[in-house]
Write a new protein. Structure first.
Length: 136
């Protein structure tokens, strides 16, 4: 099974070196975890991080705690959308592997409506509809 750390290894961090209090990997895993659980905004990402901190700390180092909603917004807004889309596909692949070998099943079904566009933390992107279910 691939490691979670490998999922975003090839994604370039566009932030200035002195603006990297939180690793891009930690930000992206937290953000995508929030979205899979139904969150939609950067404020949701921060709330999810605080609510699920114990669980996230089993997956991520989080040496500086949970990123703020402003940190999520800045980091996600600077990403190259095509590179992020490719990496996000790798994350969903990792979740599929985790479901096969982990303690439970995470069912994810997604569709992208024709010509629907949305804004997530300043990033203009297609807005997929994702249905998810966790079965234990």
């Amino acid at each position: 099974m691939p490691e979670l750390a490998d999922v975003f290894a090839d994604l370039e961090d566009p932030r200035a070196v002195n603006a990297r209090l939180h690793s891009l990997h930690d930000i992206l895993v937290s953000a995508l975890g929030t979205m899979v659980c139904g969150g939609q905004t950067c404020a949701d990402m921060e709330l999810f991080g605080h609510a699920k901190r114990e669980f996230l700390e089993t997956l991520l180092p989080l040496p500086n705690g949970i990123p703020s909603h402003d940190t999520f917004s800045r980091a996600l807004g600077m990403l190259d959308p095509a590179a992020f889309q490719s990496a996000a596909g790798g994350f969903l692949g990792f979740m599929g592997q985790f479901a096969q070998h982990g303690p439970g099943v995470v069912a994810v079904d997604g569709k992208t409506p024709y010509q629907v566009r949305g804004r997530l933390c300043g990033v203009l992107t297609t807005a997929p509809k994702v249905n998810r279910r966790c079965i234990r």
